[in-house]
Write a protein that binds this ligand. Structure first.
Ligand code: SF4
Length: 182
């Protein structure tokens, strides 16, 4: 089993969020053009195990910080964002709260017709190997930007990514098979 899978398994046990809630690191955003294609709402999750050197959001690492918010309140706020084409999950590490994120992803797709992207410090392969809720969340996505931020590979010219190891993966909805790698 890879290091990323081990890390995902360990942290998934530690981050316990009650059913119907999600832990956020900041307010929901809208009209973003820097977190994916189109005009996007952005949800910032709290809690990250990856510890990337040079991370721009280290305040999102602590699993007990941020705000524990009912998912129904998140959905209500998102419904007020007009003119958006999609939702992007940022972190923190969205995949340690995969079940809550999947609930939100499926709702905004069905009710608002939005596409859904997520960032992850885990790799696609690590998430597939782990399976379970993280893999189910991946099946609800149109795109994943994967892998940790690696300072030595930082490249400011990349679209939506910070370092060259990270990939923009376009996924098949429902199967999470990779359609395209950018
Ligand atoms: S995965 Fe993202 S939030 Fe987590 S440490 Fe790395 S850059 Fe920071």
């Amino acid at each position: 089993m890879s290091n990323y899978s081990n890390s995902l398994k360990k942290i998934s046990k530690q981050l316990e969020v009650p059913d119907g809630f999600i832990r956020l690191s900041g307010p929901l955003e809208h009209d973003s053009i820097v977190n994916g294609d189109g005009l996007r709402a952005v949800l910032w999750t709290q809690g990250c195990p990856n510890g990337c050197i040079g991370c721009q959001n280290p305040e999102t690492w602590d699993y007990c910080a941020g705000m524990l918010v009912p998912i129904k309140d998140v959905l209500e706020q998102l419904s007020k964002f007009k003119g958006q084409t999609g939702l992007t999950f940022c972190g923190g590490e969205p995949f340690v709260q995969a079940k809550a994120c999947r609930t939100i992803a499926d709702y905004v797709r069905k009710e608002f017709g939005w596409d859904v992207w997520s960032f992850s410090g885990f790799t696609y392969e690590g998430i597939r190997e782990y399976g379970g809720e993280p893999w189910e969340f991946l099946k609800s996505l149109d795109a994943l930007i994967d892998g940790p931020f690696i300072l030595k590979q930082r490249d400011l010219s990349l679209r939506f990514r910070g370092s060259r190891n990270q990939r923009l993966l376009k996924l098949e909805l429902g199967t999470a098979q990779i359609l395209k790698i950018e």
